[in-house]
Design a protein around this ligand. Structure first.
Ligand code: UD1
Ligand code: MG
Length: 471
């Protein structure tokens, strides 16, 4: 209790102090508030969720206890409140020194006159506000979709594309305010295009010779399709890497820290242009970490609550929003490598080439308390015939555990295709918390490696990196 009161004082202090420093300081203050409020609410609202039927059985525990479901809605709601309260702090210097007329409280007449000469101070940044508000709108719609899914258990083929609709406000603001749809061409591709263009030109063919100097390709509308796909992918990919205590929220926290590492690099080494984008990312992610850490406290093994699809969609969309509005959608996708691998690995089951049971989470053995890979019954639900050889190949490569009838050669069952089950196939049965920690540790290491590759190898391949070259 004393600790929480001290934390509250610290939060108030940070938010107050942010008037004289940076919005990042306010982000820490709001994050602490987010943590305290979420942590306070979760145990209090849990029973009400169960009362209205929002509960689920913890399938990996003895006796399958009933736990409140959809508790991620608490974190998401606290986060939205933070987003609203945050607005005056983000735009404090514009609101106080110029717009309200009351700003003279903080500055001397000389300073005020100086400020009037700087358009930076006298023009309210409507574009920044529209970025911020469109992000909030997008997150609100996503949270609604998540709650609808938790309430009505919507079929995944129906809900799969809906996050793209929620992302429309983001894409419109991106189009108006930024609009960059070009991607850099790697150095070796540039050389190849240049040599080919010159060769064809010398042969007398009608080739545009300016292709020699190509440095980027404008994807135009395709870049918007790419960003919409990201809004679909991020929420869904977190939702399908799920089923063991703490994993949904744990992976989101790791993603948040990875994004912060990348942001810190830009804030310390980057140009003013990149700093603005990454400040926006920090402003969204630090409070997200606050509400998520509180949820993790209650969802980690042995879980007291389930986060629900609401949290998975909300968390995924926070990263999509940060990637799109922070203008680093491609780097953000690099942080999702484990989720991308899990998605690709799941494709045969998601697209019904192999039977996909309602739950693919590992199988709990009550006798030893360990998790074993769960299996898809291929005897009763045979896979598509063209996929049988691929399944056999995956079995030979130890990428699935395949059970084959030795006499007839018929496929009997295979481990479900998620990286959670794959860990169990590779490393043997494990306790739930150990499995979760193992996956999170791998995710963190892959993420750090991706950031290093992005900035070191990336700058060699593209002969350019916006962290080092634009100053
Ligand atoms: C996704 C996965 C499904 C996985 C489920 C687990 C796909 C296509 N879908 O479905 O395979 O089984 O998530 O979240 O990959 N549960 C636990 N322990 C946990 C977390 C969840 O037992 O730590 C169980 C509970 O019964 C809970 C239920 O999973 O009620 C939640 O499932 P839900 O989120 O509705 O499943 P989907 O997201 O549809
Ligand atoms: Mg789910």
């Amino acid at each position: 209790m004393v600790c929480k009161i001290l934390l509250c004082f610290l939060a108030v202090g940070l938010i107050y102090y942010s008037r004289y420093s940076s919005v990042v300081v306010a982000a820490f203050g709001f994050s602490i508030f987010g943590y305290i409020v979420t942590d306070y609410l979760i145990p209090r609202v849990g029973p009400s969720f169960i009362k209205i039927g929002l509960f689920g059985k913890d399938l990996s525990k003895v006796g399958k206890p009933v736990l409140p479901e959809c508790i991620g809605a608490v974190s998401a709601t606290v986060y939205l409140f933070i987003m609203f309260f945050y607005i005056p702090f983000i735009f404090y210097r514009y609101l106080v020194t110029v717009t309200s007329g009351g700003g003279q409280r903080d500055v001397t007449v000389d300073q005020w006159q100086q400020q009037q000469q700087h358009t930076q101070y006298s023009v309210f940044p409507h574009s920044r506000l529209s970025e911020y508000l469109s992000s909030t709108l997008c997150l609100e719609s996503t949270i609604l979709l998540g709650i609808a899914d938790d309430l009505f258990d919507i079929r995944w083929r129906h809900k799969f594309f809906l996050p793209a609709v929620a992302a429309i406000p983001l894409l419109v603001v991106y189009y108006i305010d930024f609009g960059v749809t070009s991607v850099l061409v790697p150095g070796f591709v540039k050389d190849l295009i240049s040599k080919t263009a010159l060769f064809l030109h010398n042969k007398g063919l009608p080739v545009d010779i300016s292709l020699r100097d190509i440095t980027s390709i404008d994807l135009k509308g395709f870049y918007y399709i790419y960003m919409a796909s990201m809004a679909i992918f991020c929420p869904n990919s977190i939702n399908i890497l799920a089923g063991i205590n703490g994993l949904e929220v744990g992976q989101s926290i790791v993603l948040g820290f990875l994004a912060l590492i990348n942001d810190t690099l830009y804030m310390t080494l980057g140009s003013e242009l990149t700093k603005n984008s990454h400040r926006f990312s920090i402003v969204l992610i630090i409070p997200f970490l606050g509400v998520s850490l509180a949820l993790f406290k209650w969802n980690k093994w042995p879980a007291k609550v389930f986060v629900g699809d609401t949290y998975c969609y909300f968390a995924g969309m926070v990263f999509a929003v940060v990637g799109i509005q922070g203008h680093f959608a491609k780097t953000m996708l690099l942080l999702f490598i484990p989720q991308i691998i899990n998605f690709m690995y799941s494709v045969p089951q998601l697209f019904n080439m192999v039977f996909c049971p309602r739950h693919r989470l590992p199988k709990f053995n009550e006798t030893d308390g360990l998790l074993y890979p769960s299996r898809a019954n291929l005897k009763e639900n045979p896979p598509k015939s063209f996929f049988v050889p691929i399944l056999k190949l995956l079995g030979i490569c130890h990428l699935i555990d395949l059970e084959i009838d030795e006499k007839t050669g018929q496929l009997l069952s295979c481990s479900n295709m998620t990286i959670i089950n794959l860990m169990l196939v590779w490393f043997g049965p494990m306790r739930e918390d150990k499995l979760c920690n193992l996956i999170l540790a791998c995710q963190f290491m892959i993420g750090v490696a991706a950031i290093i590759l992005r900035h070191f190898i990336g700058s060699i391949i593209f002969q350019h990196d916006n962290l080092w070259t634009i100053k």
